[in-house]
Design a protein around this ligand. Structure first.
Ligand code: GDG
Length: 473
């Protein structure tokens, strides 16, 4: 088997398996941001990517795809249920998002999480060349860094955490908190979205493991009486801004944006929400605020429409099934109360769209609503800003999304404060074009100056320091 100098380990491979009408199988690049972010690095470094192919019980040999060596990890239907839907999405996800939904602690799920993390670690150990760099992605694989270090002390290990790391008072609920911290500390560099996340992690390490921390450095016991240094700090993720700019300048996309406005009856103002249908995104809070503005007559359906794209997500997890029912009930009520024959209050779409359509929606929208109750970063906020090449439009941004640390000129909200949210929405619809321009230009500058390529370059530069040191020792 070919060994790679650079290995990415993620729950999912960057491809989807397709089967055509005749039953012929093929692989198609999946559209995710991480794939775009790592593509240039993978090509240059002759990299390998270890991950699950997205379907249970699918046993595929490693293969090459568009210059990347892909190493599939097989998950059985039971693994998917216990490790992925269970521990990852019904324990860690709600716990790390401030228990918006109640986390479930199941020993059977934990056992599966350990078992599957071990399988990912073994596959990574087998794929990595001597002294390779291995970059582990996200909360499904928190135990991989330590497992891998034990198998392969020669490799340099990075871990990036895409979601928030919670305050110790919450994190300490986790029955396996020690194992998770130790798992993560197997990495040389542990990256977070916000400075606050890195701070929460360091505090958990001090309180739970009693290790010393100083600035971003953590002293991790290593051998008898000695320690090694691990770095835990913020590396805020970003987007491939230029691809959004290109789409926003495309004549077809611009025409589509006009068409969308027309098909909604040319309202004076369009509000837009684009989220995976997830309880962390604060969709209910935004619907509540919008419904009240209509009821109070501060806005009316002749002039204003809310377009809510809620793309299907985790549809087998109970909390998501319930959330969908709640949201669809609320949308139905608001539309029932306020729609007219020609105008709708909320155009709700439980569908996923191609990126061109997303950008057309961004261009059509006067006000973008990002009202997450907790969010690692929230890429949609950055995508909206990048797409507004006309320097128009207003971003309403929750202070609980990581993006709020960077996009200081957005209209900032606490989504729990419904009156405050309503006032912010009114302020946004009434904002003069000159002020929109000032705010949008500053936000765009930030997104354009710090794109996803900068993110991966900065993370890998931090890892390279560890690798060089290892080579010298
Ligand atoms: C996690 C963290 C962090 C959504 N619907 C469609 C579609 N999308 C795209 C968006 C965006 C992405 O999916 C969602 O990214 P977010 O950042 O908004 O949220 P999560 O999925 O929760 O991502 C988050 C992120 O990881 C990266 O580190 O920012 O905090 O939770 O790119 O545009 N794209 C298309 N059709 C859809 O219907 N094409």
């Amino acid at each position: 088997m070919t060994k790679a100098e650079f290995v990415v380990v993620a729950n999912r491979l960057p491809v989807d398996r397709t089967v055509d009408g005749e039953g012929a199988e093929a692989w198609r690049r999946s559209p995710g941001g991480l794939v775009t972010a790592l593509e240039p690095v993978m090509q240059k470094a002759d990299g390998a990517w270890v991950g699950w192919a997205g379907q249970p019980d699918l046993d595929v040999e490693p293969f090459d795809f568009e210059g990347t060596h892909l190493v599939p990890v097989t998950l059985t239907a039971e693994d998917v249920e216990l490790y992925y839907e269970g521990f990852s999405n019904d324990t860690i996800w709600p716990l790390y998002h401030d228990v918006i939904s109640e986390p479930r602690y199941s020993r059977v799920w934990w056992d599966a999480y350990v078992r599957v993390n071990q399988r990912f670690a073994e596959a990574s150990a087998a794929a990595a060349a001597e002294n390779a760099i291995v970059w582990v992605q996200d909360y499904q694989l928190q135990l991989v860094p330590k497992m891998l270090r034990e198998m392969r002390p020669d490799v340099t290990i990075g871990y990036f955490h895409h979601i928030p790391f919670p305050a110790y008072g919450l994190f300490s609920q986790l029955p396996w908190r020690r194992q998770v911290l130790e798992g993560l500390l197997g990495a040389d560099v542990i990256g977070f979205q916000r400075v606050a996340d890195a701070g929460n992690f360091a505090r958990a390490v001090r309180r739970q493991l009693r290790y010393d921390t100083k600035a971003s450095g953590i002293s991790v016991p290593h051998g008898v009486g000695t320690t090694r240094l691990a770095l835990a700090k913020a590396f805020p993720i970003s987007i491939d801004a230029s691809s959004y700019i290109e789409l926003a300048r495309n004549e077809n996309v611009k025409a589509r944006a006009r068409e969308i406005r027309e098909s909604l009856g040319n309202p004076k103002r369009i509000f837009l929400g684009v989220d995976r249908l997830d309880y962390t995104k604060g969709i209910s809070h935004r619907l509540k605020a919008y419904g009240e503005l209509l009821a109070e007559g501060r806005i009316n359906v002749e002039e204003t429409t809310l377009v809510q794209v809620a793309s299907p997500s985790r549809e087998r997890v109970a909390a998501y099934i319930q959330l969908r029912d709640e949201i669809e009930l609320t949308v139905g009520r608001i539309d029932g109360d306020f729609d007219t024959m020609g105008h709708t209050a909320i155009r709700y779409l439980h569908q996923a769209y191609p990126r061109e359509e997303m950008v057309a929606l961004f261009l059509a929208a006067d006000v973008m609503l990002v009202t997450a109750l907790r969010d690692g970063m929230n890429l949609v906020a950055k995508e909206y800003v990048a797409s507004r090449v006309d320097n128009r439009g207003v971003l309403i941004l929750s202070e609980f999304a990581g993006a709020a640390d960077e996009l200081g000129t957005a209209v900032r909200v606490n989504p729990h404060d419904i009156e405050g949210l309503k006032d912010a929405m009114m302020r946004a619809v009434e904002m003069p074009p000159a002020e929109q321009g000032r705010r949008m230009r500053a936000a765009r500058r930030r997104v354009l100056e710090h794109s996803v390529e900068d993110w991966s370059r900065e993370f890998l530069a931090a890892l390279a320091v560890f690798r060089n040191k290892r080579e010298k020792d």
